[in-house]
Design a protein around this ligand. Sequence first.
Ligand code: HSE
Length: 410
Amino acid sequence: MSVIKVAILGFGTVGEGFYRTIQSHAEELTAVLGKKVEVAAILIKNKQKKRDISKDVLVTTEFAEILNLPQLDVVVEAIVDKDPTYIFLKKAIERGCHIITANKEMFAHYGEELLELAKKHHVSVGYEATVAGGIPVIQTLRQLLNVNRVQQVQGILNGTSNFILTEMREKKLSFAQALRAAQEKGFAEANPTNDVEGFDAFYKAMILSRLAFGEEPNWHSVERMGITSITSELIHTAERLGLRFKHIASIKKLSHQLKASVKPVLVGNEHPLYHVEGVQNAVNISSDIVGQITLQGPGAGMFPTASAVIEDLVYVCQNRPESQGILSSSETNTAIQEQGQQEETWLIVGLQKNAIDPSIKEIEHVEDETWVAKAKKEEIEELARKHQDLLYFQIIGAFEIEQKPTKIAL
Ligand code: HSE
C-alpha cells in the first residue's frame, strides 16, 4: 500500500494533538484515503525537551532537513510566529507539497499569497484550524455555501476570551484567575495578549472575510478591542439587565465597503451567541438563500484543533483545486443597504448625571453612574471624548430600554 508522508512543524498543543490523532485514527484515515499516513519528520525548537515521539520519525531543528526528505507529501504547520513560518510553507509548496496551517496570524498576513502559489503548483492548502478551532467553518464556507451570497458573518472566535468571560460570570473569578485557568487548559496563545486584546479574533475575522466576501476590510478601519476593560462589576451589572458580555467579531457587506469590528458587546438571550459559553466558539452566517445559520463547537484545545487539522489532511490529500473558495468581491454582491448612521443601544458606565449631554435624547438610569442610552455611535464617541474614564458597550439585538432598568434595585 502506498504511503502519504507528512511533516509536522511545531510540537506544541496543536502539533502534538495532530500527531496523536494520526495514530489513534490510523484505520479511519487509511479507509478514507486508501493510503497509510506516516509522520516522517517533526520540526522542534529545543532538542533537550522530552517528547513522546516514535524513533522512526526524524526530529530536527532544521527545516532544510525536512525539505530534503526523499518523499514528502504534506507539511502541517503548527508554529506560533508568522516569520519564518511563511517562508517554510512557501518552500514546501514549491517542492510540490500540500500544506496545512493552524497559524492564524501568519495566514491572515500571507494567506492570499500562499493560496495563489499553491494554485500555481497544483497543490492544496488546508486552513480549517486557523479559525474557530474544531468548528468546520472554513469548509462550510468554501464547499457548502458556494452559491449563497453572504451578507454578514458574526462570531465568537477566541475561545480564551469567551472562557474568561464565562468563568468571571459563573464562578466569580477575577480576570487574572480566569486567564490563568485558560492558560492551564492550553487554550491561550503563548502570548495571551493576542487573545485578550482581540488580535487573535481579528486575524480570524480577516481570514473569514476573504473567504466569505472575497476581500478584507482595510485593517486600519476595523474597530478592535479586547476584553481587558471588562470587570466583574460590569459583568454583574449586565447580568442584572438580562445581558451577557460576548467578544464578537462582525463583518458586514455594505454597498461600498465591508464594515468590521472585533469587540466586546452585550447580547440578550434571544441572540444566537448568548448561550455560547466557556471555550466554545460560534459563527453565525447570514446569506441570501439559506438565511441564518450558526455553527458552534469547541474553539480551542488540543483535540478540537487536531480534528480540524486531520479533516484538512483528508481535504488536501484529495487535492481539491485551490481556486475553490476564493471569490472575487463582485461575485459576492449582495450588500446590506447602507442607511447612514443608525441609533444603537449602549450601556454607558462612568457618567455622572450632570454630565449627560443633551445630544443623547433617550437615556435611562441603571445604577450609580451606569446608564442605558439610545444614540448614534458618533454621539457616544463624542461623549467619551469629553469624559475620559467613560466606558461604553453596544447592546446588540432586541433590548427594551424603558423596561429593563426598572428591574434594577437602585
Ligand atoms: N488562543 C486561541 C483561542 C486558540 O483561545 O481561541 C485557538 O485559535
